[in-house]
Each structure stands twice: as structure tokens, then as C-alpha cells.
Design a protein around this ligand. Structure first.
Ligand SMILES: [Zn+2]
Length: 358
């Protein structure tokens, strides 16, 4: 492998399936009859999971996964003294695992100073990197430690150094979207979606669709009634543990219809705001929310960069996690998407995803 290939590795592909409806809000815009709208691609108008949401949740999940195992390990600190010999601060002297260093990425040198606050917004962005593992804000809260695999992998910004990180998440776009038909639930996709995953297919004619059998003549996709033009060549199976998407489940629709069908088959729920004090429904507090339905299959990628040459130039950043360590950290923490999920309204049964990395 040449050096340039090594520095810009092949991205890791992500396939994800919504096992709950997914709600990632835009923050209070109302469109039509929906109060809580979801994030969409500005050009195609198709809902998506933004890469920033993925990065934010995964950051948190790697922290959870690490802290489970390392809470018993303590780093060694060295006091920083002024010329009078008074202690004016602390410096991390060495990462001492006391001869019981966890295996693999969990044993990465800086993980000993990881805290739950390495996820989320940094409470102490104005600290110097050397003080960051123990420094607190005026409320006593720690922030990004700047040393652990999460801070180095996902990035951090301090008074003396800003580090972009080594992990870059694309958006998760809808690859297959479930719709009701008289023949049961089918998953629609487009020729350009399939090209994203390396499959070639011919575009159906205007307002016509392609199925595996190709002999249904007409088929309803939700409310839409469309002519079946013929067969498609899609012959792969996409497997998520106990769910398998088969070629028979797949319908190829023209690109011009994809967004329309998705947007008219989103899950729309009406809820009532509850007054937290009385426990009763607030008057006039009925609101509607839309969500990407369960069964939707998404596709995206993660790029992991080996930045060891940057770290050599900037001694404070050493050591950096390897590509393999970061890959394993993501792999071992993705199970949290199946319990804690992504996006909003997770306490109302939204947000869970099954993630597959390839
Ligand atoms: Zn950290």
C-alpha cells in the first residue's frame, strides 16, 4: 500500500436500519400541518440523518463504552510549582495503568483521564490542553479532557490547540424506504441510490416502476398507483440480524418520484404536551411531529484519517490513536444505537437504529 493510500483509507460503509421511527428535528419550523419537522437534504428534500448527529451520538457512545471498563484506573499527576514552591496546578505525568491495562483501544494511553464530559459540548474550551483533564468550569464541571481516544478521534478545541479529529461522518441517506402495497410492505429505492452502493441498474420510464417479478401490471405505493414496467436486476440481500431485505422486497422508482413518495409516507404523530407540575394535558398543547418510519434503511460512510505526521509536528498531541483502534472503538460502541438511539423523542419510543459497518 502506498503512503497516500494509507493516509486516506477506504471509507467504512454504514448500513443502518430504523427499528423505531427516527425523529431528528429542525428546531421549531412548521411546514403545512406538521409542527415538528425533520431535517431534510436542501436539494432533494429527502429526510436524512445528518453526519453531525451521528458524530455527536457516537462520541457519547464511545465514552460510555470506555468508562464501563476503565473506572478503576487512576492516572498519576505531578504538581506544578511556582518559584516559591507553591503548587499552582497539576500536570499529567504519565499514563500508569498499574499493570492492568485494558486490551485494545480501551487501553489507549489517554483513556485514563476520560470523563463523561468528553462527550457533549466542552465546558472548559479556554483551558490549556495540559490542564484539561482535571480543570472545571465555575459550576465544577469538567470538559473535554483532550487526551482520550474520544477527544483525539472526534476532535477538541482548547486555548493553546485546536484539533479537528480523525473521524469524519457522512450524512446517512435513505437507501430503501418502506411503503405499504397490496402485496405487503415493499422498499422503494432509485437507480442513483443503488449506484452509491456499487450496483448498476437502468432508470425506469417516467411514472413507472420496476419490481423483481415485473408482472404485477400495477402496484400501489401508499396512495400512488403506478404501472409496473418490468423487472430489475437487484439480486442482493441486506441482512440485519433477524431482518433480511430480499430482492423481492425491492421496488425501483424514478428519481423524480422518490422524494414525493417518501414525504407522503412519513410517520406523522399527534401528541399532547403534559404540564410537568399538574401532570395533566396543557390546554391547546396538541402538536404533530413527523418521523422517518421504522424499517427505513440508510447508507453512509465514515472516514478515518491517520494523522500521525501532524502529531509529530505538534508534540502535545502524542500519542494519537491508530486507524484500527478508532475503527474498533466505533464497532464496539455501535450497540448503543439499539438501546439509546439517535435524535429526539427517544423517551416516546423513537430513535433506535441497528448499525452495520463494512
Ligand atoms: Zn477526553
Amino acid at each position: 500500500m502506498s503512503e497516500s493510500q494509507n493516509k486516506n483509507p477506504k471509507p467504512i460503509e454504514i448500513f443502518a436500519m430504523a427499528t423505531d421511527p427516527i425523529y431528528i428535528g429542525t428546531g421549531g419550523y412548521t411546514i403545512g400541518r406538521v409542527d415538528n419537522t425533520i431535517v431534510r437534504d436542501p436539494i432533494t428534500n429527502i429526510p436524512k440523518i445528518p453526519g453531525s448527529s451521528l458524530a455527536g451520538t457516537w462520541r457519547y457512545y464511545v465514552v460510555l463504552e470506555t468508562l464501563k471498563d476503565i473506572k478503576d484506573y487512576q492516572p498519576e499527576w505531578e504538581d506544578i510549582k511556582n518559584s516559591e514552591g507553591d503548587t499552582v496546578g497539576k500536570k499529567l505525568e504519565k499514563f500508569n495503568w498499574n499493570n492492568k491495562q485494558p486490551d485494545g483501544w480501551r487501553g489507549f494511553a489517554g483513556n485514563q483521564v476520560m470523563k463523561i464530559t468528553c462527550a457533549g459540548q466542552d465546558n472548559i474550551p479556554q483551558e490549556e490542553l495540559a490542564n484539561s483533564p482535571y480543570a472545571t468550569d465555575k459550576n465544577g464541571k469538567t470538559g473535554h479532557c483532550g487526551h482520550c481516544i474520544v477527544c483525539k478521534g472526534f476532535g477538541f478545541s482548547k486555548k493553546d490547540i485546536s484539533w479537528q479529529g480523525q473521524l469524519f461522518f457522512s450524512d446517512l441517506n435513505i437507501l430503501f424506504f418502506p411503503v405499504f402495497t397490496v402485496r405487503g410492505t415493499k422498499w422503494i429505492t432509485t437507480v442513483s441510490n443503488l449506484r452509491e452502493i456499487g450496483l448498476e441498474e437502468d432508470e425506469p420510464s417516467k411514472n413507472k416502476i420496476k419490481t423483481k417479478k415485473g408482472d404485477e401490471r400495477h402496484l400501489n405505493l401508499g396512495w400512488l398507483h403506478l404501472e409496473v414496467e418490468g423487472t430489475h436486476r437487484f439480486c442482493n440481500e441486506i441482512e440485519f440480524e433477524n431482518f433480511i431485505l430480499t430482492p423481492d422486497d425491492v421496488i425501483i422508482v424514478p428519481k423524480s418520484l422518490f422524494s414525493h413518495i417518501i414525504n407522503s409516507n412519513l410517520e406523522v404523530r399527534t401528541s399532547v404536551s403534559i404540564d410537568p407540575i399538574t401532570g395533566a394535558a396543557k390546554e391547546g398543547a396538541l402538536f404533530t411531529s413527523e418521523a422517518i418510519p421504522r424499517g427505513t434503511i440508510f447508507y453512509g460512510n465514515i472516514r478515518i484519517f491517520d494523522k500521525s505526521s501532524f502529531a509529530q509536528a505538534e508534540e502535545k498531541l502524542q500519542p494519537l490513536p491508530s486507524i484500527k483502534e478508532l475503527e474498533n472503538a466505533l464497532m464496539d460502541s455501535k450497540h448503543y444505537y439499539e438501546s439509546l438511539g439517535i435524535g429526539g423523542m427517544t423517551t416516546r419510543g423513537f430513535g433506535r437504529l441497528k448499525i452495520m459497518l463494512i
